[in-house]
Ligand binder design. Sequence first.
Ligand code: ADP
Ligand code: MG
Length: 572
Amino acid sequence: MSAAEMPEDQAGNMTDGFHLVVEALKLNGIDTIYGVAGIPITDLLRLAQAEGLRYFGFRHEQSAGNAAAIAGFLTQKPGVCMTVSAPGFLNGLVALANATTNCFPMILISGSSDRAIVDLEQGDYEELDQLNAARPYAKAAYRVNRPQDIGLGIARAIRAAVSGRPGGVYLDLTAEVLGAALDEATAKKSLIKVVDPAPPQPPAAHAVARALEILAGARRPLAILGKGAAYARAEAEIRAFIEATGMPFLPMSMAKGLLPDDHPQSAAAARSYVIGNADVVLLVGARLNWLLSHGRAPLWNSDTQIIQVDIEPAEIDSNRAIAAPVVGDIKSVFAALNAAIKPGQIERQAAWLDEIDKRKRQNIERMAARLNADPSPMNFSSALRAVRNALADRPDVYIVNEGANTLDFARNIIDMREPRHRLDSGTWGVMGIGMGYAIGAAAVTGRPVVAIEGDSAFGFSGMEIETICRYDLPVTTVIFNNNGVYRGDPEDRPYSPTGLIRGARYDRIIEAFGGKGYHVTDTPGLTAALQEALASRRPALINAVIDPTAGTESGHIQALNPRSAIAPGRSA
Ligand code: ADP
Ligand code: MG
């Protein structure tokens, strides 16, 4: 019996699953939901909105999930995404898996069909064993089978998402539980306010001492900062340590801005040199995965000693031997390192720093020629210079970035000065995060967002332009339009697997929803359009026409193409 069906004299004392979910979220400070409405969650979303939660309705669950995930990264609170059953859930699952892979805290809550029918495969509407489907892609997965367990289920989901290494959590709510009635007194008592969901995890003193001892012996130390450090909001502690020791640092892409990219100790412009020649690497919230060549030759030297700071003990030694694991949360670890380090313990590494400076200068000079050229049509470098110029006095702007060449070039050309302001394809190098991340970032920060998108990458979430316009979000999407995946097809040939329609006017998509479209073909036009769009603080889309022959296949990761070794020139 649902609350609505109760006799009137009892109904006043009864509540239902819908109300309990909303109460449990509110009790735990979750104030925003991203989702797509439908059976059986429509009333849940209506109720949440009526109860004062913000609701962002998307056009596809993957984007809603991506928005929730990036909100989690930016706030240290799990972003909540709600979807319908079966296909809606599966669409959201991609985002959940991506959140788990990137260590972003997120909760995917999906309504599900009648368990009795699902488990006997009797063919229910949107039938799917969602709990088991979610398990391999989530940090944790739970199902609530009784209304009195809703509070518990949400408490467990929150704790699992944000404690230790953050990740994606799936919470299955059956239609039956959502509609189930419960008396208010029992319901109230069943709710849990999670105390200290992500408790500090200070490192062991001996681990800190061991790390400092190794660093003290270093002649060519290097710090590598990853997005775990950005998530941990440890920029003040990290900066203090890096400046006190004088050691060079290298940011991973989403750690750019933790220390400003123009910091004199940044070694980003001499990346392979510093990785290959460091004798001690202090690895902070970054995994030795493909993005760091697994810590192996030829990029890495097998003699380099590694100090790894991570909250996840099982991460240590995942790709190569770690001389000094420091397991703990990064904020506590750096507080401990700063407290334990003695003045002069790590001496200035003059020869090392001089050599790095020399190489930085050389590389920057080499890049400058390409960056300052003004070809017509624009290429990736010149178009990004135009974008960079428009952003020069706007360090507050959040940058979302995806594509192949668009990603590779933008990462190098667009400097970041504020932490957690660069949001990109991340650990999977995935496409499709663009509009979801842009909406999530705008939703939780209220700041302007510029999404720098390859034309192909944009397509995966492009319909969310309507969402951006509906909520009037300050998001400017810049599409680097070269008519294709990697690059465009020659005019006189039929479309290849990587070709996209020639001369597409993406700017007209946003006009359909009342946003501002720009069609630009040169660098002054691009800079001016972006400045105007930013100043307007309203939805805008800039279709930046670039040379269809610009761009290499797979960008910087061509080596990962199975046939690249035997088919040189495939990218031509
Ligand atoms: P990047 O892609 O920037 O190299 P990764 O996603 O590979 O970064 O690595 C992030 C690492 O940070 C993960 O191993 C994760 O366990 C760790 N991490 C996340 N949050 C914290 C934290 N608060 N303290 C310590 N480590 C953290
Ligand atoms: Mg393209």
